[in-house]
Design a protein around this ligand. Structure first.
Ligand code: HEC
Length: 400
């Protein structure tokens, strides 16, 4: 009952997280595009630096951008911040629910390290909040004046964090914590730098004094970072569906490569909005993904070896059945009994019958080969058992 309700709570939180995230990224993409697409105004209006006409949903829209501020502020001014805050809050709640509460099945992996649950949670929180302290200090240091160097240092820092986490937490948790750290930078950029700078601008305007340009520059720098971080963070958000990336022995390196690919794709659009069409950037990003897919192909030479041998030497199904019963079925069943799962088999993978085992054979092989299953090896599967199950799949997954 408890596990069942927790599943619903997770679902609701995840739903909200995706909704808030879509709203945040939607406005962020829109304003970036808008800013780069403004053209000089046809009518001379004092203080207006650019304007844009568009059509959408049955209406024409005309947007003007002011150089600094209009002569008089309107009564109602829309701010864009709750999308960001709500994305962070729901994301943090998900992190707590999935990784920190309960037994730590998603947080820990005895094949990676022997760290305890409490220590792992501390590592996670330090990554989020300590990561922001380091990032914020770097942005405010003299390096902040050299954006390209700053970006290189921030990238190196992120890769270092990904590497360190990959040696500490479960592969899936280490990916998600890198994403949560970057998401924290983005949300804190909004709450601690961008919104305060906008408030200062409005205040200066009301008092009739010139706004502080230094604040404005930091805000612009942070906005630029948020812009480039969107695609890498979106990738990490969906990465938990793809053990081919996070559970790879060099998962941290794949993360680094996907980060760069996301940045390149974003860069292409940033340039294009400003009228520069650098045609090779998107194909380069796509080739990067193809290159990664090829570079991480499973080693088939091992697979071919298992076909050598007579029928008798093949992995027999009854042995495999016994392994699945002992190591998997407590969770992967129509009626799971393990306390970490709710009333239904995780991701619908039920392994109660021979037919189901055969249907899911390829997924089973991938899951036990990469080590992501059994979850946190809670059921104590041995290496010999893993080899045997993988061999059974490679030999054609026969059920008699
Ligand atoms: C303690 C519970 C538990 C045990 C034991 C367990 N699993 Fe899982 N398994 C899960 C959970 C939870 C997920 C869903 C993970 C997610 O949400 O991405 C999962 C997902 C899977 C998936 C889907 C992965 C994918 O994305 O394709 C497969 C396949 C799988 N398990 C196979 C196995 C096999 C085979 C065993 C036994 C060797 C096993 N599991 C043991 C809890 C368990």
């Amino acid at each position: 009952m408890e596990a069942h309700l927790l599943q619903w709570l997770q679902l609701a939180t995840r739903w909200l997280h995706v909704i808030a995230g879509a709203a945040w990224i939607g406005t962020s993409f829109y304003f970036n595009w808008l800013n780069d697409s403004l053209r000089p105004s046809s009518e001379t209006q004092s203080g207006v630096s650019g304007e844009l006409w568009s059509v959408h949903g049955g209406g024409f829209y005309r947007v003007s951008k002011y150089d600094v501020a209009p002569e008089r502020l309107p009564e109602k001014l829309h701010w864009f911040k709750w999308e960001a805050y709500f994305t962070w809050i729901t994301g943090f709640l998900l992190l707590v629910m999935i990784y920190y509460l309960g037994s730590g099945a998603f947080l820990l992996d005895p094949r990676v390290s022997q760290i305890g649950r409490g220590a792992a949670i501390v590592v996670g929180l330090v990554t989020l909040f300590g990561g922001w302290v380091v990032y914020n200090a770097l942005c405010r240091s003299p390096l902040g004046k050299r954006p390209v160097w700053l970006a290189a240092v921030l990238f190196a820092f992120t890769v270092l964090v990904a590497y360190a986490l990959s040696k500490t937490l479960s592969p899936r948790a280490s990916y998600m914590h890198v994403g949560a750290m970057l998401g924290t930078w983005m949300a804190a950029n909004v709450s601690d730098v961008i919104i305060p700078s906008q408030r200062a601008m409005v205040r200066a305007m009301a008092e009739g004094v010139a706004p502080d340009t230094e604040k404005g520059k930091q805000a612009a720098l942070r906005s630029l970072h948020n812009n480039y971080l969107t695609l890498p963070v979106l990738y990490i958000m969906v990465s938990n569906h793809y053990p081919v990336t996070y559970a790879h022995p060099r998962g941290w390196l794949i993360l680094a490569a996907m980060f760069l690919i996301g940045v390149i794709a974003r860069h292409y659009y940033n340039l294009r909005h400003r009228g520069r069409h650098v045609a090779w950037l998107l194909p380069a990003a796509a080739l990067g993904v193809v290159g990664l897919a090829l570079a991480t192909l499973p080693d088939t030479s091992l697979r071919d070896q298992s076909f050598v041998g007579s029928r008798d030497e093949r992995a027999a199904y009854p042995v495999v059945r016994a392994i699945l019963e002992q190591r998997c079925v407590t969770c992967h069943s129509a009626t799971p009994t393990h306390p970490t799962v709710g009333g239904a088999a995780p991701l619908g993978v039920e392994l109660d019958t021979a037919q189901q085992a055969v249907t899911h054979a390829e997924r089973i092989a991938r899951a036990v080969e990469s080590g992501i299953m059994p979850l946190a090896n809670l059921t104590g599967m041995t290496q010999e058992e893993r080899d045997l199950v993988v061999r059974w799949v490679n030999e054609g997954a026969a059920s008699e």
